[in-house]
Design a binder for this molecule. Structure first.
Ligand code: GL1
Length: 150
């Protein structure tokens, strides 16, 4: 890979960019939508991509006009359950789930001396990178818990 002096490094998104994990988030959120009584539509599924966990849940509740039906404690329990279901779905993730071309690109960029980080809204990002065997390529993973604006 040619190294360009005006490019200092790369910050990658994760879900749907490095690995095909967005579909597992979708599957787990679909279960949540069914549980709260919100109709699952392709538009809702698309709109949730890249949105943090609690904001995603709020969008699902709003879509079904259920925002006032659940207490804060209920919402935290729903988000926790979704995360549990998601973690079940990704428990078998391996290097084979890296999207085509991404590993080559990441390896080439590392070999060319670029600094790389992962900037995902997902709190599961460190675990996923471990499953994919990619942690060593990144100097850091942004902790979404520290962000006030995504
Ligand atoms: C959160 C949401 C996911 C997805 C990611 C960002 O992940 O729950 O649906 O939008 O942010 O790609 P997590 O629950 O792993 O923090």
């Amino acid at each position: 890979m040619t190294k360009f002096s005006d490019i200092k490094g790369f910050a990658f998104d994760l879900d749907g960019v490095i690995a095909d994990t967005a579909r597992f988030h979708g599957e787990a959120w679909h279960q949540t939508a069914d549980e709260v009584g919100t109709t699952w539509t392709p538009e809702l599924a698309e709109g949730l991509k890249g949105i943090s966990r609690m904001a995603s849940l709020q969008m699902i509740l709003d879509a079904g006009d259920h925002a006032d039906d659940f207490s804060q404690a209920d919402k935290e329990a729903l988000a926790e359950k979704k995360n549990h279901n998601y973690q079940q779905l990704i428990s078998t993730l391996t290097e084979d789930d890296i999207l085509p071309g991404m590993k080559d690109f990441i390896q080439s960029a590392k070999a060319a001396g670029y600094t790389m980080s992962v900037a995902s809204a997902s709190k599961n990002a460190p675990m996923i990178l471990d499953h994919l065997g990619l942690t060593k390529y990144f100097v850091g993973i942004v902790d979404p818990a520290t962000l006030t604006k995504g």
